[in-house]
Design a binder for this molecule. Structure first.
Ligand code: ADP
Length: 907
């Protein structure tokens, strides 16, 4: 059996006891003053037995040296690297030197037979964990008596409360801190017990409410001090906070009025109600903060803010306030809304400016606003061209505006104030003035006017470059008024002086004068000006222009000379020369006409027709009207009355003078005395009439005889006689035709060409005539190309005469050609017959004239063709009398096509 087993058996009081039991058992006690366990008295043994088996920390000092014993429960209090385990069996004085002073008196007190002691949370620092630590203990020192009844040991029942004490200290500290904070923040604290309606608070709060220093008061006492205006609201909020549905939160600002000194304090109350499991509020507490100053300051800010807003709103100048970096429109006054933005308040307020005016994206304004908002520097623009869109589309404005930063009390920029002034009208008016000035300058420059300004008091003169140019200077020179006046032609000086004198009275200056350039050349100028007066109506200055009118003057002179020459020429001519305006009013008549009529030129002014023979007036008028409407030459043969009342035939001709647009400017006319010619013509006509009449009967008789003779000798064998008779017949035929033609002319002249109209097929007539003519010609082949089978209503014989004349001419004037082509065709309402030859052709100038009486084309070739020039005249008259037309298409050397058209009657 090992030793220990023996000891354990021996010292049953040391049995168990955990680590400490084992240590005690194994310890060599022989050196100790308490001796080995076997010598230990029963009281010690019993006590140790209790200690070792207790789970409560215990310690025992025993004997005269106060030898230390302790149990496992006590052991942790000794920490690591401390007194454990070597203080077991050590005298107390050696084991606890660091606290010996503290515990010695307590031990002594117990040893001296005193009562057991009880100490709570006593600080007894001990050496453990390698250092002296502050350790708190709650302990009891109780005496342990020995068998003889004397105290021989001190039992320490203890528990370490370091942690509790620490927590308590911390709690206290935090409470202190809280109180300090409450104190520092000048907070009032309160607590309300809903169960008994009692209200407690700190002193400060009581002071504010004017409450007595009683610990508890009824809630109502407290609410009495709340200002009337707030009271009900606060009570309702308290009730609300006590309602679990509200979550128990309480946050309100109100005014309290001290019941005695009537001091007003604005407080901010915050609190929370606590609810038990049945959802009944058991506690409601919180704080109260004096916010009087803050609220007053805030109100002041609000008031000044309000003042500022109302200043903006009521300003007659367009103003708006934008807030934040997004430039949200906060305030916009009536002026800006109506005059510039053209929007209602609800359309803009609360919106970002960019959302209201997206068009600003393309303008500089946003940039400016950002800049002002970030830099705090105001931005000003003058006459800024701004485009804003409203319901009617984009509008352009010119605006003077300022963007000013708005600062809060803390200096931060919270927005931008816009101050704008719509100056569109001014700018546009100025633009117009500038434009007008520009135009005026252009006009002045273009007109070549020289400008001058004369100070009538100092005689100081200002002038433009052009002014100097007109006076003959090439570059800029500085001249005095006197120097300038020296350029005036001495003979014209009086003109200018007179004009200036008059101007001072009338206010308007106008004169023309000659000037002498430095090179002695003479020029003309026209001066114009206006006088400006001072308040006393005294002439102050004159502003005017000068114009170089040298060319005009020269031209005028030249014109006058030309006019003189023309009059001389006109008056020296036997013909009457006259001009008239577009209405036909006479503007000039030559002397010869005045002499002839015995009238003055003014007599002609309005009534030219007074000198026209009454029988000729109607024809004259219709010719004139025709010429005026066609703007073509007027031609008429009239009898004009001579001064003695006699009428003489005149050929009047007037040519219209057209301008570039083709409008008639004037008519230039001549009237030539054709009285003698007329009379000769009449004689000739009378002679022809008489001759052809007288010739007709003998020629017809001769022809009858010739044809009789031809009939008689047609079968004879005298060829000479037969040929002679045939030749005589041919010539007599020609002569007959000539006489018939001449008689026709006479008929035409006297208007006695009668038509016997009937319906007949034109093609048939043409075929008959071709047949007759073809027999007489062997040189030409007449080709007929009909294209219609229409009938005409006409005089068959006269149309035959037309066809024969045209066909004979076609053959006669195309000796080199082989054929003549005759065609018919139907147009809308006419039958057109054309006779085409490939002969000598007719010059365009003669196309009209060939249809005149006795007109023959004069040329070296034409002379060889026999004729009188009356065939086409008769043809034309016949066709005209049928209301038809005749015309020719021809070119010299290229043949001719004669056309005539007759009204068609059917097929
Ligand atoms: P004439 O007796 O001279 O032929 P007309 O009155 O028949 O008289 O013709 C007038 C003039 O017209 C002629 O002298 C001739 O110069 C010209 N003329 C007429 N027909 C033709 C034609 N087919 N080709 C060329 N010239 C013609």
């Amino acid at each position: 059996m090992p030793d220990s087993t023996i000891k354990q058996q021996t010292f049953s009081f040391l049995k168990g006891g955990g680590e400490m039991g084992r240590l005690m058992r194994n310890k060599d006690w022989s050196e100790s003053t308490v001796g080995t366990p076997d010598s230990w008295p029963q009281s010690l043994r019993t006590t140790l037995g209790i200690i070792l088996n207790s789970k409560f920390p215990m310690f025992l000092w025993w004997g005269s040296e106060l030898i230390c014993f302790y149990n496992d429960a006590y052991r942790p209090s000794l920490g690591e690297n401390g007194k454990h385990p070597f203080i077991l069996g050590m005298p107390a004085k050696d084991a606890w030197p660091e606290i010996w002073d503290i515990i010695k008196p307590l031990i002594d007190q117990v040893l001296a037979g005193g009562e057991a002691t009880w100490m709570e949370d006593q600080l007894i620092p001990i050496f453990r964990n390698g250092k002296i630590e502050d350790v708190y203990w709650t302990f009891s020192y109780s005496p342990v008596n020995n068998e003889s009844g004397y105290v021989s040991g001190v039992l320490v029942t203890c528990t370490e409360t370091t942690e509790n004490v620490m927590i308590r200290h911390k709690l206290e500290e935090s409470k202190n801190k809280l109180e300090f904070a409450i104190e520092a923040a000048r907070l009032g604290t309160w607590e309300y017990n809903p169960a008994n309606n009692k209200f407690i608070s700190n002193d400060r709060l009581k002071e504010w409410f004017g409450l007595s220093h009683e610990a508890e008061i009824d809630l109502q006492h407290a609410t009495d001090a709340i200002a009337e205006k707030d009271r009900q609201r606060v009570i309702e909020l308290i009730q609300k906070a006590l309602d679990p549905a509200s979550g128990g939160q309480y946050d309100v600002e109100y005014t309290i009025i001290h019941p005695i000194i009537k001091k007003e304090t604005i407080v901010h109350a915050k609190g929370k109600a606590w609810f038990n499991e049945e959802n009944i509020a058991y506690r409601f507490n919180g704080t109260l903060e004096d916010v009087t100053e803050e609220v007053t300051a805030r109100k002041k800010v609000e008031q000044s803010e309000e003042k500022f807003r109302s200043m903006v709103v009521n300003s007659p100048v367009a103003k708006a306030i934008l807030r934040g970096q997004d430039h949200i429109i906060d305030v916009a006054n009536k002026t800006i809304l109506e005059n510039l933005w053209r929007k209602t308040e609800s359309e803009v307020v609360g919106k970002k400016i960019i959302d209201v005016f997206p068009e600003l994206r393309y303008q500089k304004n946003l940039e400016f606003l950002d800049e002002v908002f970030t830099s705090g520097e105001p931005h000003t623009e003058k006459e800024f061209k701004l485009h804003l869109h409203d319901a009617n589309g984009p509008t352009q404005f010119y605006v003077d505006f300022k963007y000013s930063p708005l600062r809060e009390i803390d200096g931060n920029i919270s927005g931008v104030m816009i101050t704008a002034n719509d100056v569109t009208a001014q700018v546009e008016a100025r633009h117009i003035i500038e434009e007008n000035e520009k135009r005026l300058n252009i006009v002045i420059e273009a007109s070549g006017l020289g400008i001058w300004e004369l100070d009538l008091k100092t005689n100081e003169v200002n002038y433009s470059d052009r002014y100097l140019e007109i006076l003959g200077y090439k570059g800029k020179v500085s001249l005095t008024h006197e120097q300038l006046l020296r350029h005036l032609h001495p003979k014209d000086l009086h003109l200018r002086e007179k004009a200036f004198k008059e101007a001072l009275v009338s206010g308007v200056l106008h004169y023309e004068t000659r000037i002498i350039w430095l090179d002695n050349s003479i020029h003309w100028l026209e001066g114009m000006g206006k006088v400006f007066y001072d308040d006393q109506n005294k002439p102050l200055r004159m502003i005017g222009t000068i114009r170089d009118i040298t060319d005009e003057k020269n031209y005028q002179q030249e014109l006058q000379q030309r006019e003189q020459r023309f009059r001389l020429l006109a008056n020296s001519m036997p013909q009457h020369i006259w001009t008239s305006d577009i209405e036909g009013n006479s503007t000039y008549v030559s002397d010869s006409l005045c002499n002839y009529t015995g009238l003055t030129s003014t007599d002609f002014k309005n009534d030219w027709s007074q000198i026209v023979h009454p029988d000729d007036q109607e024809r004259n008028m219709s010719e004139w009207t025709k010429a005026v409407s066609a703007k073509q030459i007027f031609l008429a043969e009239n009898r004009l009355r001579r001064y003695d009342g006699e009428y003489k035939w005149h050929l009047s001709r007037a040519v219209p003078q057209l301008d570039n647009n083709g409008s008639v400017q004037m008519w230039v006319g001549t009237s030539t005395d054709i009285h003698d010619i007329k009379q000769n013509e009449q004689l000739k006509d009378d002679f022809i009439k008489m001759a052809s009449h007288e010739l007709k009967t003998p020629v017809t008789t001769i022809r009858g005889y010739v044809q009789l003779l031809m009939e008689m000798y047609k079968n004879g064998n005298d060829p000479i006689l037969a040929n002679s008779l045939s030749s005589v017949d041919k010539h007599i035929s020609k002569l007959t035709k000539l006489i018939t033609d001449l008689l026709d002319v006479t008929k035409i002249e006297t208007g006695s060409l009668h038509l016997a109209k009937e319906n007949f097929k034109i093609n048939k007539l043409i075929e008959e005539i071709i047949k007759d003519i073809q027999i007489t010609t062997s040189t030409h082949w007449i080709i007929f190309k009909p294209d219609t089978d229409a009938s005409v209503f006409a005089d068959r014989d006269r149309i035959s005469q037309v066809l024969i004349n045209l066909l004979i001419n076609a053959i006669k004037y195309s000796p080199q050609a082989k054929e003549v082509i005759i065609k018919t065709r139907l147009t809308k309402e006419e039958i057109v017959v054309s006779i085409q030859d490939f002969g000598i052709g007719i010059d365009v100038d003669d196309h009209e004239k060939i249809f005149e009486r006795f007109y023959r084309v004069q040329g070296k070739n034409e002379k060889t063709y026999p004729g009188f020039g009356i065939g086409l005249f008769i043809v034309k008259e016949i066709i005209s009398n049928h209301q038809g037309k005749i015309w020719v298409e021809s070119e010299k050397g290229k043949g001719s096509i004669f056309y005539f058209g007759l009204p068609a009657t059917g097929y």
